[in-house]
Write a protein that binds this ligand. Structure first.
Ligand code: HEM
Length: 424
């Protein structure tokens, strides 16, 4: 069997992700009928659709067999793949970041930042993050009962947190936000670089221009932190040595870029989606105000629900078998975190947002295994603190019109969440 063509078309369609229900419905059928099978579409190299939670974990558990860096780590078309190779001198990914390297290179690079982002290492940041959260709650309350929670709070707060952790000055935040949105939302005319519908060729050109602009910015960052090292993450990257050598240009740029971009857009999407879900569910705010321990469960459920990273790709290094299916060396696979997080085998009622699932929710939105999200503890902590501070001040909140999601099939979420609220 193969994945039905119309379902395969839906699960790669950026517009379908902006509506979300069509994608959820397509994956529901895929999980029932062809849970691990090949999608064959025009212009795209055939790829396996990995839709079940257990199969995603099984593949991520075997990084020696399923590589990140041999092919594009996110879904692209064949023409795009060729152009990227031309631009990079043969590499399949425009950016050589942690998510696009394997083996020892990955282990060494990850080891530079990993000790600084464990739950214990980030605990001292809690007070500073709480101050930032209070500033943004105050900012929200200045809107006098109505705001766009995505634009006015959710996009700005994680940005301030991550830029503080990285060591990027506040005056550069707007620049970083703009470039991050360009990088992840190339299919969305409201957010991409050209502010227009783009042909695949134009889309790649604009991604390249954004990447070059980020690289120019970070070139100066390296000099700054080599001259004056600090304990901030960009300084760790600038000064790190592997076998006595500084990181090479592509490794260093890839590291800065992934930390600066993945470090806020994902969390912003999750916080915006959490507010949207809560604002549509009377009684949820009051339940958490009465029992703040539920906030951790709310955070986990919002990550499961929103799944801001919709997929990552892997490619097989050798022939192998997963869930009875024969995968061949060279095959390309889409790990659909969106589908994994709706898997009926793992959750009762996966299409509802519930805060009674507990804080050990097995959601897979941070991935799994050696590439599991480096910022997962920071993301959880900053969202918990935001909700703790906001829920102390809010009396009620409800949607004030229709929310809107970004047009993208990769890293995305709500871009407008209009709410009406009262304060205590
Ligand atoms: C709700 C928020 C977030 C979500 C859902 C998320 C999701 C993900 C996912 C799915 C991966 C790939 C995992 C895999 O391949 O198994 C990943 C990797 C990564 N994330 Fe996050 N992320 C979030 C927040 C953050 C933050 C705050 C940071 C920065 C501090 C960050 C930095 C990274 C990095 C550096 C990687 C690459 C890790 C590696 O390949 O070794 N992320 N993230």
């Amino acid at each position: 069997m193969a994945v039905a063509k119309e379902l395969a078309e839906t699960i790669i369609d950026p517009k379908a992700y902006s509506l979300r229900d069509p994608v959820d419905a397509a994956f529901r059928t895929i999980r029932a009928q062809t849970p691990l099978d090949v999608a064959t579409l025009d212009d795209v190299e055939p790829f396996w659709v990995v839709s079940r939670h257990a199969d995603i974990k099984e593949i991520e558990r075997q990084p020696d067999i399923f590589h990140n860096g041999d092919k594009s780590t996110f879904l692209t078309n064949m023409e795009g793949n060729e152009k990227v190779k031309m631009l990079t001198g043969g590499e399949p990914n425009l950016i050589r970041s942690l998510v696009s390297v394997d083996g020892l290179e990955h282990k060494n690079l990850r080891g530079i930042v990993f000790p600084h982002v464990t739950p214990r290492a980030i605990r001292p940041l809690e007070d500073r993050i709480r101050e930032i959260a209070r500033d943004f709650v105050d900012h929200m309350l200045t809107f006098d009962g109505e705001c766009d929670f995505a634009q006015d709070v959710a996009f700005l707060y994680p940005l301030r947190v991550i830029m503080t952790v990285l060591g990027v000055p506040q005056e550069d935040e707007a620049f970083m936000l703009k470039l991050t949105q360009e990088l992840f939302n190339n299919a969305d005319p409201e957010l991409n670089r050209a502010r227009a519908e783009l042909t695949p060729e134009e889309a790649l050109k604009s991604l390249w221009e954004t990447t070059m602009e980020l690289e120019n910015y970070f070139a100066a960052v390296t000099k700054k932190f080599r001259d004056n090292p600090t304990d901030q993450v960009n300084s760790l990257i600038a000064n790190a040595k592997i076998d006595g050598e500084y990181l090479n240009h592509r490794q260093m740029m890839g590291y800065y870029i992934i930390a600066a971009t993945a470090g806020h857009d994902t969390t912003s999407n999750t916080a915006a989606g959490a507010m949207w879900a809560m604002a549509e569910r009377p009684g949820m705010l009051e339940a958490m105000q009465a029992n703040p321990d539920l906030i951790n469960a709310f955070v986990e459920e919002s990550i499961r629900w929103e799944v801001p990273v919709k997929h990552f790709m892997r490619s097989a290094v050798s022939d192998t078998e997963i869930a009875g299916q024969k995968i061949r060396a060279g095959d390309w696979l889409m790990l659909s975190y969106q589908s994994g997080n709706r898997d009926e085998a793992v959750w009762d009622d996966p299409f509802d947002f519930r805060i009674d699932r507990g804080s050990s929710n097995p959601q897979i939105a941070f991935g799994y295994g050696v590439h599991v999200c480096l910022g997962q503890h920071l993301a959880r902590m900053e969202m918990r603190i935001l909700w703790e501070e906001l829920f102390k001040r809010l009396k009620s909140v409800e949607m004030n019109g229709q929310g809107e999601r970004t047009i993208s099939n990769f890293v995305c979420g709500p871009k407008h969440v209009p709410v009406r609220f009262t304060v205590q």
